[in-house]
Design a protein around this ligand. Structure first.
Ligand SMILES: C[S@@+](CC[C@H](N)C(=O)[O-])C[C@H]1O[C@@H](n2cnc3c(N)ncnc32)[C@H](O)[C@@H]1O
Length: 411
């Protein structure tokens, strides 16, 4: 019961006050008797929000107040996805929470709504796009965009990809080689599978965590490593990383060759994350600078051989790791992001002599192909050498976009 109250309170802060689920959960989860279940419930409700909202609309004549809606969504999620709490106990607990939150007069309504809920009696939308929105729990406006972009079958396939539970680990080449890392894992009987990006898929066990804490290895997604590889760094190059916090790609670049890196971010507090990470990994070829990449900086003009633009984006390609990603997303916000992304790429071209890698962790054309396409159209001295849209595949590959742009006759 206490764990359900805790989950409810975290969810209420997210839905009513716009709190970030991870921050809110971290603040409170220590008070739980079973932290894993509270985490699973909170993230699960947020991930299934579109679906739960649909069920709610089908089982209530009039939309309840926000507090009651959150409470019913919590109840529905547990009835559908949490087997360890018996249905009767769950409904009783939800009704008690209703009373505790001063909604005594609604106890009967909440009780009846949950008791009578039978998912098999709920008809899914007959329109296949609307149905996909409910089954995959993705907002309808976004599913419509995907279907236009990828067609129905591809959209259905990546939106319904199962959640991948392993982590992608790489060695810190300053401290040990990939084969040494493999040996260490094998000695401890930790199973791993090699990835296409010189990394290893592993379970996040205590031994692996320990290796990361000692700076011998780190978690870095496969696609994030592919973006760095696309830079094809060579000894002696000057490299600019315009959007670098928390520093995952910066540090990997710093190991890839004997290069000098200027790493920037717009948020001072996020620069601290890069510093801490670079220190832990023993990277000492990185200058960390506060800089707004949307504003032209004449000190950077023509100074860099290569630039990484790992721009701020909607993050829809990693939705399975960001449970509240769709809650406040909208088509207008995508347009605003696209403006920022285009500005950053345009400024980067003025700083860069040869190559720019433009990357995002999203699946939307508006933030990917459209940005680089518009850029080369307006800047004919640049060409797109390659562009790859990766889609979530349920096997460790996130949704990610990497485009390599080169300056014609660049030196
Ligand atoms: C996708 S994250 C970068 C992740 C990073 N490259 C890594 O691999 O760890 C985007 C970053 O861009 C930063 N950002 C947002 N707007 C920016 C701007 N106008 N100028 C510079 N950085 C910006 C954000 O603070 C965020 O840290």
């Amino acid at each position: 019961m206490n764990d359900l109250i805790l989950a409810f309170e975290v969810l209420l802060s997210v839905y009513k006050d716009g709190a970030y689920s991870t921050i809110e959960l971290n603040k409170r989860v220590n008070g739980a008797s079973n932290q894993a279940i509270v985490t699973r419930i909170v993230y699960g409700v947020l991930q299934k929000d579109v679906q739960l909202e649909y069920y709610l609309s089908k089982i209530t004549a009039k939309r309840p107040s926000k507090t009651i809606a959150v409470l019913i969504k919590l109840g529905l999620y547990c009835l559908l996805y949490i087997d360890s709490i018996p249905d009767y106990a769950l409904v009783n607990s939800i009704v008690s929470i209703c009373e505790k939150y001063g909604k005594r007069q609604l106890k009967g309504f909440v009780n009846a709504t949950l008791k009578n809920f039978d998912v098999n009696k709920i008809e899914l939308p007959s329109d296949k796009i609307e149905r996909l929105s409910v089954t995959a729990s993705v907002p309808l406006w976004l599913v419509k965009k995907y279907v236009k972009q990828y067609g129905f079958e591809r959209s259905e396939s990546f939106l319904s990809a199962p959640t991948f539970t392993k982590e992608h680990l790489r060695n810190n080449s300053k401290r040990l080689s990939l084969s040494q890392l493999e040996n260490k894992l094998a000695e401890r009987h930790v199973e791993y599978v090699q990835s296409q990006a010189d990394g290893l898929f592993v379970d996040n066990c205590a031994f692996v965590k320990g290796l990361c804490e000692k700076g011998m290895a780190m978690f870095q997604s496969l696609t994030s490593m592919l973006a760095v590889k696309a830079m094809e760094l060579k000894d002696g190059e000057n490299v600019l990383d315009l959007c670098s916090a928390p520093g995952g790609k910066t540090v990997y670049m710093s190991e890839s060759a004997n290069v000098k890196i200027v790493a920037c971010d717009i948020h001072e507090h996020r620069l601290e994350l890069i510093r801490a990470y670079a220190n832990r990994m023993g990277a000492n070829n990185i200058d960390i600078i506060l800089n707004d990449a949307c504003v032209f900086n004449d000190a950077f003009e023509g100074k860099f051989d290569k630039t990484l633009c790992d721009v701020p984006c909607s993050g829809f390609g990693v939705a399975s790791k960001k449970p509240d990603i769709y809650l406040n997303a909208s088509a207008d916000k995508i347009d605003q992001l696209a403006e920022i992304q285009y500005k950053i790429l345009t400024n980067a071209s003025k700083y860069t002599k040869r190559r720019i890698v433009y990357s995002t962790c999203t699946t939307l054309r508006e933030e990917n192909y459209n940005i680089v396409g518009k850029f080369v159209k307006n800047n004919p001295d640049w060409e797109v050498l390659s562009s790859n849209q990766y889609l979530p595949d349920g096997n460790g590959q996130d949704g990610f976009f990497v485009a390599v742009l080169e300056k014609r006759n660049g030196k």
